[in-house]
Design a protein around this ligand. Structure first.
Ligand code: AMP
Length: 143
């Protein structure tokens, strides 16, 4: 099973913003869309960074509420680890676990084409396990 299977299920829309967007705008987007991260795109639509709720909380705690007026570029992670549609779910799960993050943008030919979260990965894994169990039950029942 690969990343393409997850995108087929959940769709390809990603919440994005400019690195010039304020932290308050990012906080509003996270709250309104009930999501955990926003991908920041530069003027050429290339991934310039990622900001998650954790970055926002850490920045707020360290600087106070005035920081909310500042651009998200101050606190985004610039060194973004992305994946491809052909990557296996096992591979991205291993990366998320070892690098301790919960989101991975999907990039093809330099373009953002989707986003996979740890929640999507777990959901896919559970569906796979249920299918295997059903096939096993069927096999035992029909002899
Ligand atoms: P998260 O677990 O996604 O809330 O993110 C935890 C930390 O990792 C935050 O500092 C994020 O900016 C960063 N982060 C999240 N996703 C990625 C990614 N795909 N590549 C690099 N850093 C990331």
């Amino acid at each position: 099973m690969n990343v393409a299977a997850i995108l087929k299920d959940k769709g390809r829309s990603v919440c994005t913003a400019s690195p010039d967007a304020s932290l308050l705008d990012i906080a509003k987007a996270l709250a309104e869309k009930r999501i955990g991260c926003v991908v920041l795109l530069d003027d050429d639509e290339k991934v310039a960074g990622i900001v998650s709720e954790r970055d926002l909380v850490r920045t707020l705690a360290g600087n106070g509420p005035k920081i909310l007026e500042q651009p998200v570029a101050h606190c985004m992670t610039r060194d973004v680890v992305s994946c491809r549609e052909s990557d296996t779910i096992d591979r991205i799960m291993a990366q998320m676990t070892s690098r301790r993050f919960r989101h991975m943008p999907v990039v093809e030919n330099g373009r953002l084409v989707g986003l996979v979260s740890i929640g999507d990965v777990v959901k896919q894994r559970i569906a796979e396990a249920e299918m295997e169990a059903a096939a096993m039950r069927d096999y035992i029942a029909t002899g």
